[in-house]
Design a protein around this ligand. Structure first.
Ligand code: MV4
Length: 446
């Protein structure tokens, strides 16, 4: 096992990884930017190294500074967390060349699943359901028009190197498709350095359901069931829950097995998430694969009892997964509410600054993943998420009641957060019924 790990991240996920390291008897080295120098979790680190000024490109995104810190601290491995360098195949490769284990996939596995055209090809081979569309990259507009007339409009153009909603165009007829193909290729080339685009059938009303998977370096892969992440705004998830309300468990088991086959085919070691859209008839279509630990991983930890961060560290160290698919089952229901320093009453405007009041919820079935407390100043430089309120209970009904109780306990000020929004959502009968689609929140907030 590793003796010492560098955590190339900040905030709640840095603290989450540090805790996993310490429970595993591993020393944790934190790197931090000047904007984070007073972050309380740095005191828990065995060593903390400043890697530069506030802007991410000069610190958390700066590969040479992070590798230099790793060399100075003499670590065995680097955990990238989520965001920042976590999905950069060049970073995974540089770690390998520097003889430092990257806690995540190999650059080859990351490239294979991170490129959407390549990922769809692999999914097709693994019998994972995908949207009908082009078999590979689109070469010209005539080819696009032919495929679109076969599958029917509307279609969506996506960049192979895009993701998270970037580089997408919906086309409702042939004229629009023809004018958009060339523009999409040029835009993709400028934005991602790769002009490859593909088209597929566009689904209007859908739920976003994703499958958590884990692979090791011995050719084993398992799934840890699903999360429903349909409550989102501008591609930012706000609530995630598991299991997905009202979805056929047989279908989920099939989907999970497919997702595990997919990462096995890519020789993937580590945690990954296979994203799907689900239509009104509970048909699933793969969207993309996230090759990292995700923000919402604790939802799955709560329903399965498996520590995903510890698993990601131990498989990177070469350990086989300590469990088989048949050993993994779902217990109860879990919900996560992201606590963002944003004002939901004013278009989610960022609300950085000093936290004077911080009275967190607690008690049975409540988990709070956060790096903040009273006296913490939220820096304006980074993502606005300051924590995650997680609830676990026997059933969805009970979990919602426990969430309501927890939100009543929780007091934060004077900065604004998204917590009051969740209180209002709990009174919404559509949300309470379960199964709202990906556009619901934005419609409801208008
Ligand atoms: C789609 C889609 C409808 N049909 N693909 C958005 C982010 C990226 N991961 C893929 N996305 C979508 N792809 C087809 N064929 C609708 C979306 C989409 C979406 C997906 C998941 C969560 C929120 C979303 C919001 C708008 C559009």
């Amino acid at each position: 096992m590793f003796r010492r790990v560098l955590i190339a991240n900040r905030g709640e996920i840095a603290l989450r990884i540090l805790r996993a390291c310490h429970e595993m008897g591993i020393e944790a080295v934190c790197v931090y930017s000047e904007a984070d120098r007073d972050a309380p979790y740095l005191r828990l680190a065995d060593r903390a190294i400043c890697i530069g000024p506030g802007p991410s490109k000069d610190s958390y995104l700066n590969i040479s500074r992070i590798i230099a810190a790793a060399e100075i601290a003499d670590v065995d491995a680097i955990h990238p967390g989520y965001g920042f360098l976590s999905e950069r195949a060049d970073f995974s490769q540089i770690c390998r060349e520097s003889k430092i284990e990257f806690i995540g996939p190999s650059p080859e596995a990351m490239r294979k699943l991170g490129d959407k055209v390549e990922c769809k090809r692999t999914a097709r081979a693994a019998k994972v359901p995908i949207f009908p569309g082009s078999e590979g990259e689109i070469e010209d507009e005539d080819e696009a028009a032919q495929i679109a007339s076969d599958i029917g409009y509307p279609v969506i153009i996506k960049a192979s190197a895009g993701g998270g909603g970037r580089g997408m165009r919906v086309c409702r007829n042939e004229a629009s498709l023809r004018t958009n193909i060339r523009a999409a290729q040029q835009e993709a080339l400028a934005a991602f350095g790769n002009g490859a685009v593909f088209i597929e059938k566009f689904l209007e009303h859908a739920r976003h359901i994703e499958v958590q998977v884990l692979g090791d370096k011995h050719g084993h892969a398992v799934h840890l069931f699903e999360r429903d992440c349909s409550i989102q705004r501008r591609h930012q998830k706000l609530i995630e829950e598991a299991p997905a309300p009202g979805v056929d468990r047989k279908k989920i088991a099939q989907l999970g097995e497919g997702a595990a086959r997919l990462i096995k085919q890519a020789d993937y070691a580590g945690a990954a998430t296979v994203e799907f859209l689900m239509d009104a008839n509970q048909q699933f279509y793969m969207l993309e694969v996230n090759t990292r630990v995700q923000v919402e991983h604790p939802v799955t930890e709560l329903i399965t009892g498996i520590d995903i961060v510890k698993a990601s560290i131990s498989v990177a160290a070469g350990e086989p997964l300590g469990f088989k698919q048949k050993d993994i089952s779902v217990t109860g229901h879990a919900i996560e509410c992201r606590i963002n320093a944003e004002d939901p009453d004013h278009d989610f405007r960022p609300s950085a600054g000093l936290i004077e009041t911080w009275r967190p919820a607690g008690g049975p079935g409540v988990r709070l993943d956060t790096h903040v407390s009273a006296g913490y100043r939220v820096p304006p430089n980074y993502d606005s998420m300051i924590g995650k309120l997680l609830i676990h209970d026997d059933s969805r009904e009970e979990a919602l009641a426990r969430l309501g109780r927890s939100l009543n306990e929780f007091e934060v000020g004077p900065i604004k957060t998204t917590l009051p929004l969740y209180q209002r959502l709990l009174d919404n009968s559509d949300f309470r019924a379960g199964g709202v689609d990906i556009h619901y929140l934005e419609r409801w907030m208008k």
